[in-house]
Design a protein around this ligand. Structure first.
Ligand code: PLP
Length: 420
């Protein structure tokens, strides 16, 4: 018998100790990614910064790890900001995004002096101007720009095209108006621009195209209205391995291309290269997580399909039903047995669409086996719900053979605790 080891930890023992479904997150892998970012980006290029896009996976412990590793963090809601505040995350390293920040969220960001607020639209600029004035606090901002490039990824995670709910469209009149308006606001300082063009990108060409477009914008606003771009936040989106021939590329595949293109364009327009910020989320944490399930019912429809039921599904991993995302998985307690049967892994919700994996190759499978689904570190725990009143799983952090609970499993009482 051979069990699946993850970060030198026996996953079958973890399932016994903590129960299933269980999120397991490897601190070793997260630290490895942070080290690659420091070595190959922030230390390699001066005047740069890396922030972790916390919406991929955020708990207090994750925020502590990012803080310890010296990265900044991007947040998109009051709840994410609150989590950062609770672990004394350095507020000057927080970048606050969102296409419809509420008044409460803007006040929270201003009061806590978050490093950068990425302003998405005129409504927000207006609100922020008033709030910053009320508290007499300087708000440093970037404008989110929609560069009008189309990335080759699923429609719902594409964000850079013109027809998008995010950002200020790349239209000379609109952008000039926004910049002039920001320059008038006493307590607001516009530092530059931000774009984020999509997620799970396998190629760097979309980033390169966006850089070309933004550099041209930087040149134009300098010439037309004398605005000097001091910062450029280039978003995240670097892809990872989930399935088949998708691969996580080394960070430099993306960041070298971004820096080379930007330096070339700045030289062409005779601009000083702005400070460059990157915001990977999935690339840092996606492959650092797995989910363990116990197999229960097995339904064989002769000549058609075998459905294997697990004790979780779309509440803990909505991505297959949301984006048709594909995952790899293995039977954690049968690592020495040859995969020879094709099964379909079904979640336990009352939805025909709650299928985690179609056509997975597995060894002879029995009820009670432990299934490990790989690359679930990003956008799983953070997107989890209580659909069908299923409690959210616990989260265990593993590091070099040691495990520690970082989020307790929800109870039924947790589910009804706010109900009157
Ligand atoms: C989601 C998001 C990111 C991170 O995306 P990944 O694909 O996880 O790297 C970065 N910046 C912004 C503004 C985002 O919305």
């Amino acid at each position: 018998m051979a069990n699946f080891l993850f970060s030198n930890t026996d996953t079958v023992k973890l399932a016994e100790k903590y129960g299933t479904p269980l999120y397991v997150v490897s601190e070793d892998i997260i630290v490895e990614r942070c080290n690659e970012i420091k070595r190959d980006f922030t230390e390699r290029h001066k005047n740069t910064m890396a922030v972790y896009a916390s919406k991929a996976f955020l708990t207090k412990e994750m925020a502590r790890i990012i803080k310890r590793e010296g990265l900044g963090m991007d947040v998109v809601s009051g709840g994410e900001l609150y989590t950062a505040i609770k672990v004394d995350f350095p507020m000057e390293k927080i970048v606050f995004h969102g296409n419809n920040k509420t008044l409460n969220e803007i006040e929270m960001a201003v009061k806590h002096n978050v490093g950068r607020i990425v302003v998405d639209n005129f409504y927000e600029l207006d609100l922020l101007g008033k709030v910053a004035k009320k508290y007499k606090k300087k708000a440093n901002i970037l404008f989110r720009i929609t560069p009008g490039v189309d990335s080759h990824t699923h429609k719902y995670i594409r964000t850079g095209q013109i027809d998008s709910k995010f950002g200020i469209p790349l239209n000379e009149n609109i952008i000039h108006k926004a910049i002039l308006k920001a320059m008038e606001l006493e307590y607001v300082e516009l530092k530059g621009f931000h774009f984020h063009i999509g997620s799970q990108l396998q190629e760097n060409e979309t980033h390169v195209k966006a850089i070309k477009i933004i550099a041209s914008l930087m040149n134009e606003v300098k010439n037309d209205i004398g605005f000097i771009t001091k910062e450029l936040n280039t978003g995240g989106g670097y892809g990872i391995h989930y399935n088949g021939n998708e691969h996580r590329k080394p960070l430099r595949y993306f960041t070298d291309a971004i820096m080379e293109e930007l330096e070339k364009e700045c030289e062409k327009y005779n601009l000083e290269r702005p400070k460059v910020i990157i915001e990977p989320g999935r690339w840092i944490v996606g492959e650092a997580g797995i989910t363990l399930y116990t197999i229960g019912s097995i339904k064989n429809i002769p000549g058609i399909r075998t459905y294997v039921g697990i004790d979780g599904g779309m509440p803990d991993n909505p991505r297959p039903s949301l984006y048709n995302a594909k995952y790899e998985a293995l039977v954690a307690n049968k690592m020495d047995e040859e995969p020879k049967n094709i099964v379909t892994v079904a979640g336990k919700c009352c939805e025909s669409g709650d299928i985690l994996i179609w056509d997975l190759k597995v060894p002879y499978i029995e009820s009670g086996d432990i299934l490990a689904v790989l690359s679930t570190g990003a956008y799983n725990y953070s997107m989890a719900s209580n659909y069908n009143r299923i409690p959210r799983p616990a989260v265990v952090m593993v590091s070099n053979g040691k495990d520690r609970l970082i989020v307790k499993r929800e109870t039924y009482d947790d589910i009804i605790k706010n109900e009157i």
